[in-house]
Design a protein around this ligand. Structure first.
Ligand code: OSB
Ligand code: MG
Length: 369
């Protein structure tokens, strides 16, 4: 597969409602779409990182820089046997996983299209539907939280994730548990706590949560191992896991029992496959996290969740949970059983609509071999 052209589109897609976490509030999806043209096919990927580096050190503009100065020049005109060859070309670039992931995804999509196969199948996934949940941001009140959760349960979402932070944790979680009974629910702190808060987590240990996601520092595994020792509830790591080697170390010291996999955070689908292999060897459950992606990133998430090791419902909700209008057709729709269908068309299985791409693009560049 010879890479003839690569284009970048920085998007700004307004969202139905702001999304509040313990650290930041966002009202739009500002990501970069990466387009690869090769062998008469077009592959798409999404750099799902934020404009503001509140979740991860990379930003939209740092990714634009790394892609246009390094990753794209290294890839243009190259003959790739497999999409994973891209990673070998950029092996000298440290970190910058979100930037790498967008180009890696586009190469995988293009490759799947040259073979006429769905991306999910090329990755090795055989599911026809994937189970999904929803991530609920911090709400202005408990009453509003109950109302929002009720709406998502009615739509069929299979589990509810609630964002927590100091002052918005135990009381809110108890109210949700009390109101809805035995629903599958979990809490995500985005690193809002310290090991000194262990007594709070010990109190919340009786809530029957599926997991506590990233309670402690974004770059820590040591304190997480201490906290996990004191809890029955599994800890799931998100921010702290940047590749398969990190994951192996975290598991070796008992820092977590579940992994949230985000293709951007780990640098692309090639690394997702390594993480998936390790999870299968160690019997560790995986689920696919989200970054409030456009329909392109959502397609990538659906494809990787079709792998057998993704055994828990993920954060890949339907397009209408975020946007009035998605950038792809068909938009992602929730089936009544709380699943999304894995497309059977080649590659990511959805089409980017050119007029909508133009409408939401705020910065564009094209590079040719
Ligand atoms: O921590 O999982 C997270 C969104 C942006 C950044 C970090 C996170 C999230 C979410 C939303 O929880 C998941 C989604 O609906 O895409
Ligand atoms: Mg998280």
């Amino acid at each position: 597969m010879r890479v003839e052209a690569i284009s970048l589109y920085a998007l700004r897609m307004p969202r139905k409602a702001p999304f509040q976490t313990s650290r930041w509030t966002e009202d739009a999806t500002e990501h970069i779409l990466v387009r690869v043209d090769a062998e008469g096919v077009t592959g798409w990927g999404e750099v799902p990182c934020e404009r503001v580096p509140w979740y991860h050190p990379e930003t939209v503009q740092s990714c634009w820089h790394v892609l246009s100065e390094f990753l794209i020049p290294d890839t243009l005109g190259r003959q790739l046997e497999q999409p994973s060859d891209g990673q070998a070309l950029w092996g000298y670039v440290r970190g910058n996983q979100f930037a790498k992931s967008g180009l890696d995804q586009a190469l995988w999509d293009a490759y799947a299209k040259t073979r006429g196969q769905p991306l999910a199948r090329v990755l090795g996934g055989s599911k026809e539907r994937i189970a999904v949940g929803v991530s609920v941001g911090i709400q202005p009140s408990i009453a509003q939280t109950l109302q929002v959760v009720e709406g998502y349960l009615e739509q069929g979402y299979q589990r509810i994730k609630l964002k927590i932070g100091p002052g918005w944790d135990e009381v809110m979680l108890r109210a949700v548990r009390h109101h809805f009974g035995n629903i599958p629910m979990m809490a995500d702190a985005n690193s809002a706590y310290a090991l000194d808060d262990a007594p709070l987590f010990e109190r919340m240990d009786d809530l029957g949560l599926m997991m506590f996601e990233q309670p402690l520092d974004w770059d820590d595994i040591i304190d997480h191992a201490q906290l996990q020792k004191r809890l029955k509830t599994p800890i799931c790591l998100d921010e702290s896991i940047e590749h398969a080697a990190d994951m192996r170390r975290a598991l070796d010291i008992g820092a977590c029992r579940i992994i949230n996999v985000k293709v951007g955070r780990v640098g692309g689908l090639t690394e997702v496959l390594r993480i998936h292999r390790l999870a299968r060897e160690r019997g560790v459950p995986l689920w696919c996290g989200g970054m409030l992606e456009s329909g392109v990133g959502r397609a990538i998430n659906v494809a990787l969740t079709a792998l057998p090791g993704f055994t828990l419902p993920g954060d890949t909700s339907a397009s209408d949970r975020y946007f009035w209008e998605d950038i792809v057709e068909p938009a992602w729709q929730l089936n009544r059983d709380g699943t999304l269908s894995v497309p059977s068309a080649p590659g990511i299985g959805v089409e980017v609509v050119p007029e909508r791409l133009a409408k939401y693009t705020v910065q564009h560049a094209e590079f040719r071999a």
